[in-house]
Design a protein around this ligand. Structure first.
Ligand code: IPE
Ligand code: IPE
Ligand code: MG
Length: 274
């Protein structure tokens, strides 16, 4: 199994001692099924180089390409990228326009790579409020990749975690009224089925780049038990080694979901016997 992982990166990591060392430490049986990333720090990356913010976004697109490639090679089933929040409309008009143009360019250019890597593309968020030209590219990419069976790439566009929950509630209430359902019967699973992320498992690992310790309205419902990894690396600098390092840290964590560790459970049992 471990050999298979090395094979997936053959020709790419041998020359890079850091990549190689990190990859060899990954446990292939314990890879996260769903990785979500808050891609932050494009503006700071540009500012450090005395470049306009847009140059940071352009450089960030290169990191998206690299992250998708790494996820596909690791056979990570779900990769979800936060690209544009509902709050990002507050930014200068020219920056918003540049972000949308970059997105369209990315979809047009990368469709071949998505196909070659068997990646299924979709978006999450209030797509209806995006420009028609953006929606057209999204629709094209979605249709072109809908039968692919590999990594599911979800790009969060015009996304807000609160809007996600609110839209789900509206949809549930409408449906319940239509079927004369008792609201008391609504379950967590029902709500999850009405979120934009329906069909995706909750993220196992949430990565945020550029050091900010906040979730910025991303996947609020879905990250209830996600492991959070914050790196100082700015998004345009985020490459394979950073991805591997995040997964490695994830594998060192002990996920308890509110329970206690098994040995502690046993010790409690022994104590009770005394
Ligand atoms: C993330 O980088 C990209 C988007 C939010 C679209 P930022 O543009 O937020 O970069 P910083 O946080 O200003 O450095
Ligand atoms: C989060 O980054 C949104 C995306 C990465 C798309 P922001 O830069 O918008 O978040 P804040 O403003 O620092 O919370
Ligand atoms: Mg930011």
């Amino acid at each position: 199994m471990q050999k298979q992982l090395l094979k997936n990166f053959a020709g790419l990591i041998e020359a890079n001692a850091k990549d190689d060392l990190l990859l060899r430490q990954l446990e292939v049986e314990r890879l996260p099924a769903h990785v979500a990333i808050i891609m932050d720090g494009n503006g700071r990356w540009a500012a450090r180089r005395n470049l306009p913010r847009v140059a940071g976004h352009r450089a960030g697109a290169e990191s998206v390409r690299a992250a998708v490639d790494t996820a596909a090679r690791l056979h990570i089933a779900y990769l979800t990228l936060y690209a544009f929040s509902t709050e990002n409309w507050k930014r200068p008009k020219l920056e918003v326009q540049a972000l949308m143009a970059l997105l369209k360019e990315f979809l047009r250019k990368e469709i071949r790579t998505l196909q070659d890597n068997n990646i299924r593309f979709q978006t999450i968020g209030r797509e209806q409020d995006l420009d028609a030209s953006v929606r057209r590219e999204i629709e094209q990419a979605r249709r072109d990749t809908e039968t692919n069976t590999g990594t599911v790439l979800s790009v969060a566009l015009n996304y807000s975690g609160r809007a996600d929950i609110l839209d789900a509630i509206k949809s549930i209430v409408t449906e319940a009224a239509h079927h004369h359902q008792d609201p008391a019967q609504i379950s967590e699973a029902d709500l999850a089925r009405h979120l934009y992320t329906r069909g995706l498992p909750d993220p196992d690992l949430l990565i945020r780049t550029s050091g900010e310790m906040r979730v910025s309205n991303f996947l609020l419902w879905q990250i209830a038990y996600s492991e959070i990894y914050v790196t100082e690396t700015l998004w345009p600098d985020f490459r394979r080694a950073d991805f591997f390092a995040a997964v490695l840290e994830f594998q060192r964590r002990e996920r308890r979901y509110g329970d206690v560790k098994t040995p502690e459970k046993n010790s409690l049992f022994v104590a009770n016997l005394k």
